[in-house]
Ligand binder design. Structure first.
Ligand SMILES: CC(=O)N[C@H]1[C@@H](OP(=O)(O)OP(=O)(O)OC[C@H]2O[C@@H](n3ccc(=O)[nH]c3=O)[C@H](O)[C@@H]2O)O[C@H](CO)[C@@H](O)[C@@H]1O
Length: 356
């Protein structure tokens, strides 16, 4: 059996899985045995379980709720159970390192790795660290950050700014496949709408109400989130999908502009692919406001136009798209000047240099 074993963890939303999806194939190709510790039912299970070369282990996990619920009382016990389960898995697998992409499920795993004397590296995509990663930082060797400003909130010895890690496959989009999948053509420009990995109701509603205006000028690909399809809409030039996996690269290749939430992974993907974007960050009423900071940073660098969630209407959305189109060249020039700080290979090297 291979002595080169790694454990990856992270979940809750796709944003806490995609960096792992970018890194794991590299290690699998080099003959490493990969284990993934996630929740029993989260999106990480869906995205990871079928992958060749990865063994998935489900554990109990708590959840961060920003509202009062009886479930909140049960969470400490679930986290404790998760630590015991993760500890058992780590003892059995004996990995050389644990790599965590954050999210609540990752906390017990990073704690258990520390107990077992296995080093861990965690990754924070957002402008400010989330609660799970703040806790996990205490037990980890390093925390890798996407935005340089994030390091100000973290212990200096542990924080390393690496920039974003984008999946290689996203650069291999194919226009013919996209046309076949959507039924669209290249004659009209295409707008891609992505409300984060789970979809966003406010964006879905605004986009759907703006369709009569938008479809005059654009074709619209709408990634609307699980359970958020609207079957009553059947208009030429509009397609909707709950969530796409392999097809995403092709849909991105066909898209000229993007309307999106401001999740860190998604926006760096659009930047890497030079897609001018309208960002509608998740409001601070329902989150810690990290997406607002992500979006502002992109606006400041001239990559995006930002609309606050509270001001999203049919008219404000159409207006924002018009402005984006008018300034397309400037946005693209700004994005051309962007150079990723470190590559995926640098992170792979860091992992190898930190392994026991
Ligand atoms: C509600 C919530 O907690 N959101 C957080 C979550 O967002 P979320 O899970 O939406 O994460 P991101 O926007 O960062 O990433 C979404 C990922 O899903 C992919 N994708 C999306 C739709 C689809 O159909 N197919 C697909 O593959 C995107 O390409 C991207 O890689 O994690 C982000 C990264 O920590 C945070 O910034 C967000 O605040």
């Amino acid at each position: 059996m291979s002595q080169n074993k790694l454990v990856f963890t992270g979940g809750g939303t796709a944003g806490h899985v995609v960096v792992n999806l970018a890194l794991m194939p590299q290690f699998i190709n080099e003959g490493y045995e990969i284990h993934y510790i996630g929740s029993y039912e989260g999106i990480e299970r869906e995205l990871v379980e079928g992958m060749n070369g990865v063994t998935y282990h489900g554990i109990a996990t708590g959840k961060l709720r920003r509202y009062m619920s009886l479930e909140n009382m049960k969470d400490p016990f679930r986290v404790l159970k998760g630590v015991m389960q993760a500890r058992k898995i780590i003892k059995q697998v004996k990995p050389r390192l644990v790599f965590s992409k954050g999210g609540f499920v990752s906390v017990p795993v990073v704690m258990a790795s520390r107990m077992a004397g296995v080093p861990s590296i965690i990754h924070e995509s957002d402008y400010t660290p989330g609660l799970a990663n703040k806790i996990a930082t205490n037990f980890a060797k390093y925390i890798l950050t996407t935005f340089p400003e994030t390091n100000e909130h973290l212990p200096q010895k542990k924080a390393i700014n690496i920039g974003a890690i984008v999946r290689d496959e996203l650069f291999d989009g194919d226009l013919n496949r996209a046309e076949e999948f959507t039924g669209f053509t290249r004659e009209k420009p295409t707008l891609l709408v992505m409300g984060g990995s789970a979809g966003a109701q406010s964006i879905n509603e605004a986009v759907r109400s703006a369709l009569p205006q938008l479809l005059n000028q654009y074709q619209v690909i709408h990634l609307c989130g699980k359970g958020k399809l609207d079957d009553s809409i059947n208009q030429e030039g509009y397609v909707q999908y709950e969530y796409v996996t392999d097809e995403l690269k092709d849909l991105l290749a066909l898209s000229n502009f993007v309307i999106s939430r401001a999740g860190a992974n998604a926006i760096f993907e659009f930047l890497a692919l030079k897609k001018p974007m309208v960002l509608i960050p998740l409001s601070s009423q329902v989150s810690r406001g990290d997406q607002i900071l992500n979006a502002k940073s992109f606006e400041k660098r001239g990559y995006a136009q930002v609309l606050e969630d509270e001001e999203v209407t049919m008219d404000s959305l159409v207006h924002a798209i018009q402005e984006l189109k008018q300034n397309e060249t400037t946005y693209k020039q700004n994005m051309e000047a962007y150079q990723p700080l470190k590559t995926k290979d640098d992170v792979v090297d860091l992992i190898k240099n930190t392994m026991i």
